[in-house]
Ligand binder design. Structure first.
Ligand code: NAD
Length: 483
């Protein structure tokens, strides 16, 4: 791996002040999804190393929570500055292990860093309240205190930003963390650990345990010192963690799967809608939790929208994320390709047809062909599951109520998008959609300043915004009597 700062590429976990191998000496290989070549290894850590990391986090918590909020903010700001200074190397590591085009990786580093900056600022604004006492001889105050040691479990699709979105508010609040990054993309997490050390964040405040999930997850759930689990990933694993957290009543934040509808009404601005669909559907090769999964298009605009979208998709270049002009990188692994193929075959067998596909696809098992499918219906697999790939299925509808019923007809409720120029419809539909985030005439809904999160089976809690730090704070009521 060619980096300006080779020290950012670490192949060991971080526990307290030391970078460590697994006690067993065992390792797990990490591959570049574009080439299938091995990038390096990570320690295959388990319960024992996780316990060590929890103990290190618990020791560090005693002094970290006592720092002033301004001291914690200053350290987070130093971390933020280092992330921006090393943007190019961090983006390079991200593209090599995850696959997305370099331009998108640079965007993710800036997006990830924005949470560190935002929560450094929020650290200074944590405040409690006073409550009018029911009797004259008492006073009541509400104080905000750090939750404690937090287990942070993150997915492979945004290996930088999904970590900072959790760790920055945790640290700002005074918590310490044990991070378990995805085994597919551990190097972005480890590089963040190097920069945190350089920023002067004390040893033990951030610990990173690498390896396969079951044993690490088991210890994070079972260990009573861990007071909170913050997880981003699939709904299946989220449910498993929720069950596991029950025995020691841990707090939970869950950012889970989505099945986003993208609704284009007859009165939409056509070009804006096509641009939004391209951005929302094809960013990160369609491997995002908020990406348009079902594109619902009203009859009157269906042909025009399909034609413009098809033209754009046919020109999409697929390839390694390090190559110039590539818009779609490789999919993360063979299982991802299998799922995409299964969804397309199922749709075609049930009456969908291919409106356009790109031929600019290199050989290689892990490259998926961008496709627009017409005639999609709700009985197809791609209507009920996240496809997580560059497949844009178009569903035709007639009436507004029909679109809302289809859009809400899923157990998920993360993101939804719709395009219209009618003011009344804008409010009606925005209020009718059962989702945590709604984009009206925009496909861009991710920013550190707004709450990010879902309803229904898409999760619990919110990240980013003023709400994000509350997930790491307890309210303690102090009653003062005898006055
Ligand atoms: P995943 O659920 O398979 O894995 C996520 C993380 O959980 C990984 O680190 C994995 O190693 C770990 N994990 C797996 N089994 C575990 C266990 N038994 N105990 C503890 N940890 C365990 O998800 P993924 O495939 O990495 O990510 C894709 C999913 O994430 C999609 O469903 C996507 O929609 C979702 N996602 C959601 C958001 C959001 O903000 N809502 C953001 C990004 C991704």
């Amino acid at each position: 791996m060619k980096l300006k700062d080779a020290d950012l590429f670490r192949q060991r976990g971080l526990i307290g002040e030391s970078w460590q191998d697994a006690r067993s000496g065992k390792t797990v290989e990490v591959t570049n999804p574009a080439t299938q070549l091995v990038l390096g290894t990570i320690p295959d850590m388990g319960a024992a190393e996780t316990r060590d990391a929890i103990e290190a986090a618990s020791r560090a918590f005693k002094s970290w929570k006592k720092k002033t909020n301004a001291e914690r903010a200053t350290l987070l700001e130093a971390w933020h500055a280092l992330m921006l200074e090393h943007e190019e190397d961090l983006a390079h590591i991200l593209t090599l292990e995850q696959g997305k085009p370099l331009a998108e990786s640079r965007g993710e580093i800036r997006y990830g860093a924005s949470f560190v900056k935002w929560f450094a600022e929020e650290a200074r604004r944590i405040c409690g309240s006073t409550i009018p006492s029911p009797t004259p001889d008492r006073r009541i105050l509400v104080m905000k205190e750090a939750v404690g040691v937090c287990g942070i479990i993150t997915p492979w699709n945004f290996p930088n930003a999904m970590i900072t979105r959790k760790v920055a508010p945790a640290l700002a609040a005074g918590c310490t963390v044990v991070i378990k990054p995805s085994e597919f993309t551990p190097y972005s997490a480890l590089a963040l650990g190097v920069l945190a050390e350089r920023a002067g964040i004390p040893a033990g405040v951030i610990n990173i345990v690498t390896g396969m999930p079951a044993d690490i997850g088991g210890e994070l759930l079972g260990n009573e010192t861990v007071r909170k689990i913050s997880f981003t990933g699939s709904t299946r694993v989220g449910a498993l963690l929720m069950r596991g957290a029950a025995d020691s009543i841990k707090r939970l934040s869950l950012e889970l799967g989505g099945n986003a509808p993208f609704i284009v009404f007859d009165d939409a601005d056509l070009d804006l809608a096509v641009d939004g669909a391209i951005a929302s559907k094809f960013r990160n090769g369609g491997q995002t939790c908020v990406c348009a999964n079902r594109i619902l298009v009203q009859s009157g605009i269906y042909d025009a929208f399909a034609g413009k979208l098809a033209e754009r998709v046919a020109q999409m270049k697929v390839g390694a994320g390090t190559e110039d002009g590539v818009m779609i990188g490789p999919m993360i692994n063979a299982a991802a390709i299998d799922k995409i193929e299964r969804h397309v075959e199922d749709a075609l067998s049930k009456g969908a047809r291919i409106l356009a596909q790109s031929d600019l696809v290199p050989d290689g098992r892990q490259f998926a062909r961008p496709i627009v499918l017409g005639g999609a219906t709700t009985g197809m697999l791609l209507a009920s599951e996240e496809t997580f790939g560059p497949v844009a299925p178009l569903f035709r509808f007639e009436a507004e109520e029909e679109a809302i019923a289809i859009a809400n007809g899923t157990p998920f409720g993360l993101a939804a998008y719709f395009y219209t120029q009618d003011l009344s419809r804008s409010w009606r539909v925005a209020e009718a959609l059962e989702f945590g985030m709604v984009g009206l005439n925009t496909g861009a809904i991710s920013t550190e300043v707004a709450p990010f999160g879902g309803v229904k089976q898409s999760g619990l809690g919110r990240e980013g915004s003023q709400l994000g730090i509350e997930e790491y704070l307890e309210a303690k009521a102090l009653h003062v009597g005898g006055l």
